[in-house]
Design a protein around this ligand. Structure first.
Ligand SMILES: *Cc1c(COP(=O)(O)O)cnc(C)c1O
Length: 224
């Protein structure tokens, strides 16, 4: 059995076990393929994986054209204005929205034959200045504005927790859950996107519906 298949099977099993224990639906697994080659994505696809996450639009652009059409692409990184068009034309989700201007461009550029682009608003729950995302106090205004855009569907919230100890990560994820619950009914949200290789089990305990896993599936990323 390849390393990928072993990690994949193991992760899927753990996700199911946790869901049974918590009496919830299993979290949707997004395989984060940034910095991994097309061959790795294809292998994951062949094993049955369909949801993939990418951070860098240029890198994603080189990849998606060479991969099967039925991949569900989740953009999870910051988008510059000059890259919104391609995202609007091919992505299925953008998890990392923190500026209205980018959301407006995505809505304007979304082709009318496609379903609305699914959107999550990114919250800087770690309150770290180098990170993307808005402050919780800014959420209501941005959510109301995005709600009014015709070709987007606002599905919920996303965060990247601090790279810190268990207690701090749990505290941030609990804050995310509270924020999500506060507005869930008003906006009909169904998505809380949080949890990565190191902290997804904590995320699921605090209601994550989508987890974004890279290195635990594909191995260590190589940065050039
Ligand atoms: C890279 C990345 C992930 C996956 O991280 P791993 O630690 O490799 O699982 C998830 N979310 C975002 C926003 C990322 O940039």
């Amino acid at each position: 059995m390849s390393d990928f298949i072993a990690s994949y099977t193991n992760l899927q099993h753990k996700i199911k076990q946790l869901a049974l224990k918590n009496h919830t639906h299993p979290a949707c697994l997004i395989a984060v393929s940034k910095h991994f080659p097309i061959a790795s994505i294809q292998a994951a696809y062949d094993a049955g994986q369909r949801d993939f996450g990418e951070n860098y639009i240029q890198e994603w652009s080189d990849k998606w054209r060479q991969l099967p059409d039925d991949i569900v692409w989740h953009i999870i990184g910051n988008i510059q204005s000059n890259k919104t068009k391609e995202v609007a034309q091919r992505a299925d989700w953008v998890h990392s929205i923190s500026r209205l201007k980018i959301a407006q461009r995505l809505s304007d550029q979304r082709p009318s034959h496609l379903a609305p682009l699914n959107i999550c608003i990114e919250i800087n729950i770690a309150k770290e200045p180098q990170r993307h995302g808005i402050a919780p106090e800014e959420l209501l205004d941005l959510a109301l504005s995005i709600e009014s855009l015709p070709n987007l569907k606002l599905r919920g919230l996303m965060c990247v927790a601090s790279d810190a100890d268990h207690e701090m990560v749990a505290k941030q994820m609990q804050q995310m859950q509270q924020l999500f619950l506060q507005y869930q009914n008003r906006f009909h949200w169904d998505t809380l996107s949080m949890g990565m290789s190191s902290d997804w089990e904590i995320a699921v305990a605090y209601g994550a519906t989508h987890i974004r896993i890279g290195s635990a599936l594909f191995g260590q990323r190589i940065y050039q």
